[in-house]
Design a protein around this ligand. Structure first.
Ligand SMILES: C[S@@+](CC[C@H](N)C(=O)[O-])C[C@H]1O[C@@H](n2cnc3c(N)ncnc32)[C@H](O)[C@@H]1O
Length: 233
């Protein structure tokens, strides 16, 4: 990931901004108001009673939010930011887990290792803010699809959205948000085409509810776009 966030709470550098029941608040790279708006978009079709897999959970905001919204079982997975390969750690997730007295399960597993054999299958799979980090997006979506029983929710950077043809933009070095772990951004037509080829019957793509320059490089903001996509088996 890009540069470390300067904000500290409980001695932890946070990506997500949490509000805990005892009043403690964390100030992460992603502000609380943006996370709340994202959650409304991500969970707009509900997760009550569903099994939920959150791939790339980091500090776990969306895992704990799925639990709070009544998911039957939640498994949070990550590797890059939990293993110290980037600036993140699992300390934030663990702290939040205690604070929320959560039953969310965890597994340290990298995206290429995700399969029915390693994690099982889940009604709802969250794949939020991860697609542009993988070098081989279609192969990766194939794996994520293999563990999705009903619905996948994808939050991602997009590029070339006005074009009707399926296109994907490659970002050399750190040219997307000054982060060398960003590689690819598809356009909406490409997302829809890939999910048709993966056998999904229906997709719904909406603009990200609040792409804001405050948590982005303002120089790049005008070039950027993000979407929340729901895809049904
Ligand atoms: C932008 S964060 C998104 C966190 C959370 N899902 C959200 O939407 O707020 C990207 C996540 O992708 C994970 N990730 C998986 N593979 C990665 C890779 N090759 N490089 C960087 N991050 C990767 C990171 O560990 C991190 O949790």
């Amino acid at each position: 990931m890009a540069k470390a966030a300067p904000q500290l709470a409980s001695g932890i550098t946070w990506f997500h901004s949490h509000h805990f029941p005892d009043g403690e608040r964390t100030q992460g790279v992603k502000p609380a108001d943006i996370l709340a708006e994202e959650a409304k978009a991500i969970f707009r079709h509900g997760v009550a009673g569903k099994s939920v897999l959150d791939i790339g959970a980091w500090d776990g905001y969306f895992s704990f939010e799925a639990e709070r919204r009544g998911a039957g079982r939640v498994l949070a997975t990550d590797h890059f930011c939990w293993s110290g390969e980037g600036w993140g750690t699992k300390a934030g997730f663990d702290h939040a887990h205690k604070q929320f007295k959560s039953k969310v399960e965890t597994l340290d597993i990298d995206v290429p290792q995700i399969s029915p054999a390693t994690v099982g299958r889940f009604d709802v799979v969250l794949f939020l803010g991860v697609l542009y980090h993988v070098k081989d997006p279609l192969r990766c979506l194939e794996q994520v699809a293999s563990v999705t029983a009903e619905m996948m929710v994808i939050e991602t950077e997009t590029a070339f959205d006005p074009f009707p043809w399926p296109l994907m933009r490659y970002y050399e070095a750190n040219s997307l948000a000054n982060d060398p772990t960003n590689f690819w951004a598809p356009n909406k037509a490409c997302l829809e085409a890939m999910f048709r080829d993966l056998g999904f019957k229906r997709t719904e793509i909406r603009r990200h509810p609040c792409v804001r320059p405050s948590w982005r490089n303002p120089d790049l903001y005008w070039k950027r776009n993000r979407v929340v996509m729901h895809a049904w088996r």
